[in-house]
Design a protein. Sequence first.
Lengths: 343, 343
Amino acid sequence: MTTIAVIPGDGIGPEVTAPALDVLDALGLDARTDVLGHVNADTYLRTGQALSEADLDRIRPCRATLLGAVGDPRLGDTAYVRSILTTLRLELDLYVNYRPVKLWHDRLSPLREPSRRAVDCVIVRENTEGLYSGVGGSTRTGTDHEIAMDVDLSTHQGVARVLDFAFSVARTSVCLVDKANAVRNGGQLWQRCWRAAQDRHPHVATSHLYVDAAAMRLATDPTAFDVIVTNNSYGDILSDLTAALAGGIGVAASANLNPTTGQGLFEPVHGSAPDIAGAGTANPLAAILSVALLAEHLGRADQAERVRGAVAAAVARGHVTPDLGGSLGTKEAGAAVLAELAR
Amino acid sequence: MTTIAVIPGDGIGPEVTAPALDVLDALGLDARTDVLGHVNADTYLRTGQALSEADLDRIRPCRATLLGAVGDPRLGDTAYVRSILTTLRLELDLYVNYRPVKLWHDRLSPLREPSRRAVDCVIVRENTEGLYSGVGGSTRTGTDHEIAMDVDLSTHQGVARVLDFAFSVARTSVCLVDKANAVRNGGQLWQRCWRAAQDRHPHVATSHLYVDAAAMRLATDPTAFDVIVTNNSYGDILSDLTAALAGGIGVAASANLNPTTGQGLFEPVHGSAPDIAGAGTANPLAAILSVALLAEHLGRADQAERVRGAVAAAVARGHVTPDLGGSLGTKEAGAAVLAELAR
Ligand SMILES: CC(C)[C@H](C(=O)O)[C@@H](O)C(=O)O
Ligand SMILES: CC(C)[C@H](C(=O)O)[C@@H](O)C(=O)O
């Protein structure tokens, strides 16, 4: 039996995790959950540490972790959010951030041209390096002469492995997005690794765009893409942009994966949304779709498809929260998916 | 009499510069041009240097430089493009990249919801630091163990001055975009400078978004913004994204400014577009609108408005290139603006 660690987290995190766990239950996977309810801002405020060594020892043996959301307005986001999210990504070496984006219903597209609405692509984001490396510092800190540096770090090993992953999930094509025309050192390394990856995967069509051009293309025709592979920072930006073209953050799920160890962390792309926390209106679909990714990760692609089918049906019926044009609360929207699953 | 340096550059650069110079002529500014026709890829290929000290000596005394586009497929973009664009930005310390984006006609918007189409905002992009600092390097270069680093550099002086500029051009509000929740050192410096800038400009409304959320918001409702201020890399991405929501790269103009010395470099946001170079189909409006920014810079806001009015009229009549749904060539589209100017 597999153990799934669960971190509901802060704000709307616990609210969307509850229906996601109901869906997980309904799938009848051979799995039990280990809920770390205390990994949140309250604990951080009390102890100065959100995620202890003991917590990590509980998470490490799990093939999958489900996370709700972390972030708290009392804390400022930098150190606290990093202390959970970035720590888990780095500690478990979850080097792939896998973000599929699919338009669940035509009405959710903000685009005018009908033929360009049906986005169905994946952003593969490098998840352990880049501007998230934590390397850097500042001097004359706090003065009028402060100089701050954050290192955008790329390693051959880190780039090569995420490129290989991107090719491994391509259905038709892989598009590399970088800024090799301006950001020299990493740019050249990514380009070299890219050529080598192309040679290793000669049967996959490829293309390349600078990140500014990619943002432009996505905003006008996201249907042009199958798999986009890019670094940590551009992946952060482009995955949110693409999500906006497919109904927004309320339906954006993600998997943080280490394909080598087989571990994964599954989370909605949205944050803890303190402005609506407690109101019972948060959209649970991103968390539920994260459960689909989790099921797939555990070898149950059939169950993942069931969840996605149920989500598509609930969306089609308009049984959704206000962000998607419906009028249901979090619980009711979760129940709507469960009802579809039971059909 | 003011001297305006002109660098037509590569690819479609010279093609769009020609009509832009015709428009400049028609404005009757008290200015003459000094055309540096040899600053291009051919020169770089022959001499290894695109922009010599002698060229810089011609450019430095000019209050304004007009640039067409640089980039050449024979060269790979990194070193060559940097050797002109980044060099000019750094040598002249053009610390503001000012990118106004305006929807010239409803039909050009890719957005479905009519009330969200009329984007009219400015991206103020820091233009001398960030990931474009050139600081960094690589080790074990060319091996399977290469490590590459590019430093995202922020200085107190650099951040404070671009924030002040952003406040100075605000009509209603300024939105800071950063990633302080993940990119620690620069993030904290920007946040501190931001609070100080808010104190210096207490009558301007302000807001703050992380870059991923900003991309999402822009893609669905660009009318929510007046001035966006951000670092070099995010400014590059967000200004192209916003341009895509207002007719695309064919109408995106930019000014690289040093408000202290009064110098400016004016250029369309698009590149040299080698794929269509020589075809005579490139859209000259971005170059022409760059001339409007140049006129404004030289204290002729009246003439800038004349140019914008002429562009709006030509767009409204459909006297435009194919990228905007018309059927004119570069020359004819330029002539259409001249005709409107002459009305
Ligand atoms: C060509 C490239 C280096 C440049 C940049 O990123 O600054 C361009 O995209 C721009 O936005 O002016
Ligand atoms: C909260 C933040 C640090 C995080 C990130 O940028 O990685 C989030 O935006 C995401 O995309 O998962």
